[in-house]
Design a protein around this ligand. Structure first.
Ligand code: ZN
Length: 478
């Protein structure tokens, strides 16, 4: 009993916050015991998930972007150049003021984001229209002195895994097309994590400091709040003017370039483990699971044949490129199941003496608990098909659940009632006043205008009752 109690240590997922914190430790994703607030440590298992996740975004970007690496430190004079940008970040910047015991002549900022580190170099690199578009990205750590409650993978003082892309284009329209492209890349990325997202254009007061506009993707977390998991910003020629990024156009004139930037962080991993996980632990989509199949030999007295058969299956799975692991350790089967369930391994494969007699194995799905008997002959094909099906089922389940939690609301009372469960969709006149009043009234703000909203629609603003031609998402956010 005592052992079982210890094993069943995860709080129920309905107590989301406690569940999340415990899961990070017990699922060996993040250790939260580092002695600096807002800084956390990747367990090797968690880092393995991270590697698989970032391999996916790399593969998507590498089609027409190039990866690069810029310095962490930004001199104060460059950082302070763009007025709006500074206003947005000045309260969050960590400064390096000393080299050893000597004060520095020019203070150095730890990048909170890298525009001001990258764009002085873009000024040197961009010369002619033939250099454009320029599309670079880097995956780096960034630092923000968060004063709100910090939370692992979600609100950090060191963002360990910021994938930021920075592009330069000839025209405003080209840059706008790149923002759309970025959102489409992000949607595809999240599709590969089996995470459904909603894309929306942020209201004016919530855009990136220094941008013309911002489009973001949000995931709906189990507690009904949305998590912003990707952003794309049209920078216009604002930064180009500040950093003097010009190119010679086809007529030989020097003109300002137009820019975009877009980012994704380890929040992608927070979303994926929160949305798919359950009371027993992590549930990982096969594409990112460090172990896709765990092989458990069911051993009684004579174990020789069973172990040999498991070893043979293991070799065949590895040859087929699957990430398989055999657990022939001495611990009892119940404890093994607990361990690999907690780590979210998509499929458990069991072979016992009776299975062997039938030349068969038992597959157990982590997401549904379903048991499937398969013949050893076809095991590689069966497993590959099953892993694909698991991915698709995880995505469809999450997608259905997300849309079940988007509520069309027609008065403030209805928003108040629904907003604790998910997202409200309402008509809005477009004024900042109504947006902020809404936040005061219902405790949830305007997330943005859905990007799929292509045609104008007609209604009355829920706050001021004047004409409204757009619908917006309203949500409680992280
Ligand atoms: Zn209004």
């Amino acid at each position: 009993m005592a052992e079982q109690e210890k094993e069943a240590g995860l709080p129920l997922k309905e107590n989301f916050s406690e569940w999340y914190n415990e899961l990070l430790m017990k699922g060996e994703v993040m250790d939260v015991r580092y002695p600096v607030k807002g800084l956390y440590v990747w367990f090797p298992f968690g880092f393995n998930i991270r590697r698989n996740v970032y391999d996916i975004i790399r593969r998507l970007l590498d089609k027409d972007h190039q990866e690069t690496l810029f310095p962490l430190l930004i001199p104060e004079n460059e950082f302070m150049k763009e007025a709006e940008h500074i206003k947005g970040f000045e309260e969050e910047v960590y400064w390096v003021t000393h080299g050893g015991t000597s004060p520095l002549e020019v203070k150095l900022a730890l990048r909170p984001t890298s525009e001001t580190s990258i764009y002085p170099m873009y000024k040197l690199w961009v010369r002619s229209h033939v250099d454009l578009p320029l599309k670079l990205y880097q995956i780096v750590n960034t630092f923000r002195y968060e004063t709100k409650h910090t939370r692992p993978l979600i609100r950090l003082r060191e963002i360990t895994s910021f994938k930021e892309a920075h592009t330069v284009h000839a025209t405003w329209e080209d840059a706008a097309a790149q923002v759309d492209e970025a959102i489409s890349i992000y949607t595809e990325f999240y599709r590969k994590l089996a995470v459904p997202v909603l894309a929306s254009k942020r209201p004016e007061w919530d855009k990136f400091p220094g941008a013309d506009y911002t489009i973001a993707t949000d995931a709906l977390m189990p507690d009904g709040r949305t998590l912003q998991v990707g952003t794309a910003h049209h920078l216009g020629d604002n930064f180009a003017k500040t950093f003097d990024i010009t190119y010679e156009d086809a007529e030989g004139e020097q003109v300002y370039a137009h820019q975009t930037c877009y980012g994704i962080s380890e929040r992608s991993i927070a979303a994926l483990i929160s949305i798919h996980g359950d009371d027993k632990g992590l549930v990982l989509p096969p594409a990112v699971a460090p172990v896709q199949v765990v092989i458990i030999p069911i051993i009684f007295k004579e174990s020789g044949n069973v172990l040999a058969a498991c070893g043979d299956v293991m070799t065949r799975l590895e040859q087929a490129g699957l990430r398989a692991k055999m657990d022939a350790s001495d611990i009892r089967p119940g404890a093994k199941y607990y361990k690999w369930e907690m780590r979210g391994v998509p499929v458990r494969l069991e072979i016992g003496p009776r299975d062997l007699k039938n030349n068969a194995a038992m597959l157990v799905r982590r997401d549904t608990g379903e048991k499937i008997q398969v013949s050893l002959e076809n095991i590689v094909d069966e497993l590959s098909t099953l892993l694909e099906r698991i991915h698709e089922d995880l995505y469809q389940k999450a997608r259905t659940s997300m849309y079940e939690h988007v509520f069309e609301c027609s008065d403030l009372g209805e928003i108040r009632e629904k907003i604790s469960k998910g997202i409200a969709k309402i008509f809005w006149c477009g004024s900042k006043e109504c947006g902020l009043k809404l936040e005061d009234d219902v405790g949830a703000g305007i997330l943005g205008i859905p990007t799929e909203q292509t045609k104008d629609c007609n209604g009355r603003c829920l706050v001021c009752d004047s004409d409204a031609s757009v619908q917006v998402y309203v949500a409680r956010t992280y």
